[in-house]
Design a binder for this molecule. Structure first.
Ligand code: ADE
Length: 419
């Protein structure tokens, strides 16, 4: 078996971590049980480019239980948990190509090593597999039946590819399932981003001015949790509806240029580029701590930060001090990469449970339906989404009401109105 990981000797620690996560993944456990019996993925090759975490390990084990032949590479150079990678290789015989801290060249070598499996299904978090196939590995297109995509940024990239009529197989936007983005993006990112910032800095949020750039589901989660810790939260947006939503959720809303001079923390979660660029840096408060929790490391213009600085030094793990030419200090966390995975452990297993149940069931759904689906970006059927929510509720011992026959009929009718 071919693989590239840091150290197979880390496997016992990784196994413990994978088991710990599994305890909090009841939906995925249920999927695994069925997959073990019915083997819906028998003979199917799946290449996954995901954050190599204990939660992802449980997904890979589930796919293998379903009969799939799998390979895993990292979807971010800093998010790999090396002990988890070791356990997948040593204990599960699942090939992994991922080493925490790998450089860009190694990152793409690993993506290509995963693609060497000649997958029938691609499973992306950020669309690097699909992008690489379309740019450089076009000989693989004929084998691919379908792909799945985990994250908002990846879905945006793939929709752009589909819009140009260049997408060559159907994609399932796992991100767009309600049981994904309402929980993973909001509560997952909300908690893990704050966790990452605190683990890196151990700074007090209470009483600080905390700027959240972007009020999508991820930004909403971070704004909510920063407020919960006593920060004075400012939201910046480019979308008028989201800006209004933030305002009515009780946050101050203003342009980034106005927010920067008073910010103790800035965290970007926009999915866009140069959100903190040279102009913002010229206005930034002395001592500001900048981090990113959007998918790619382009939300903060690190090139501008470099060229505006006279000195740069690592003050502690994941904290880089930039001294600007006028003497102001700016701290950049985790090289501007996803701070929740670079400096913490990503989203808790309880939310990844639903995200990855969507991935596993989504792979099964795409396998059955790929032939009849357009080469476009699709959403998972509402019944699958609701089934995931039902299993999760059951695991939490929560029961809910059901519509009566009379209520069902009422919802399907239009005749009844004012009485
Ligand atoms: N994305 C965010 N958190 C994650 C986690 N714990 N595992 C995999 N992907 C993630």
């Amino acid at each position: 078996m071919n693989y590239d990981i840091k150290d197979p000797g880390l496997a016992p620690e990784g196994k413990k971590r994978i088991d710990w996560a599994e305890q909090d993944m009841p939906v995925l456990r249920e999927v695994k049980k069925r997959f073990n019996k019915t083997k819906p993925l028998a003979g199917i090759k799946i290449a996954a480019c995901l954050h190599v975490t204990s939660e992802t390990a449980n997904l890979m084990i589930t796919l293998k239980a379903g009969g799939a032949d799998t390979v895993l590479c990292a979807s971010n150079p800093l998010s790999t948990q090396d002990d988890v990678a070791a356990s997948l290789v040593v204990n599960e015989q699942i090939p992994v190509f991922a080493v925490n801290g790998e450089d860009n060249k190694t990152y793409f070598n690993h993506v290509n090593a995963a693609l060497d499996l000649k997958p029938h299904i691609t499973m992306d978090d950020g669309a690097d597999l699909v992008s690489e196939i379309h740019k450089k590995r076009r000989e693989l297109i004929k084998n691919v039946k379908a792909g799945t995509e985990e994250t908002t940024t990846g879905v945006i990239r793939l929709k752009a590819l589909a819009k140009q009529k260049k997408l060559t197989f159907p994609i399932l936007a796992v991100n767009d399932a309600q049981t994904k983005h309402l929980f993973d993006n909001r509560y997952g990112t909300g908690q893990s981003t704050i966790d990452g910032i605190i683990r890196a800095t151990n700074r007090l949020l209470a009483g600080s001015t905390f700027v959240v750039a972007g009020y999508g589901w991820c930004g909403k989660g971070v704004a909510m949790r920063a407020r919960g810790l006593g920060a004075n939260v400012i939201v910046t947006e480019i979308n008028p509806v989201k800006a209004l939503e933030a305002r009515m959720d009780g946050f101050r809303v203003m342009p980034m240029m106005e927010a920067a001079p008073s910010s103790d923390f800035i965290c970007t979660l926009t999915g866009n580029t140069e959100v903190v660029g040279a102009k913002v840096l010229m206005n930034i408060k002395d001592g500001c701590i900048i981090s990113n929790s959007g998918h790619f490391n382009n939300e903060i213009d690190i090139g501008a930060l470099d060229s505006m600085s006279k000195h740069k030094e690592t003050v502690k793990n994941n904290v880089e001090l930039y001294t600007l030419k006028d003497g102001r200090k700016v701290y950049l966390l985790g090289e501007g990469r996803l701070i929740n995975l670079a400096s913490a452990e990503g989203h808790p297993a309880s939310v990844m449970d639903m995200s990855f149940a969507n991935q596993a069931l989504g792979a099964e759904y795409m396998l059955i339906n790929a032939k009849k689906l357009a080469r476009d970006v699709h959403v998972i059927p509402a019944e699958v989404d609701e089934e995931i929510a039902r299993i999760k509720l059951r695991s939490l011992n929560v029961s809910i009401d059901a519509l009566t026959a009379r209520q069902k009929k009422y919802l399907e009718s239009w005749e009844e109105g004012t009485e």
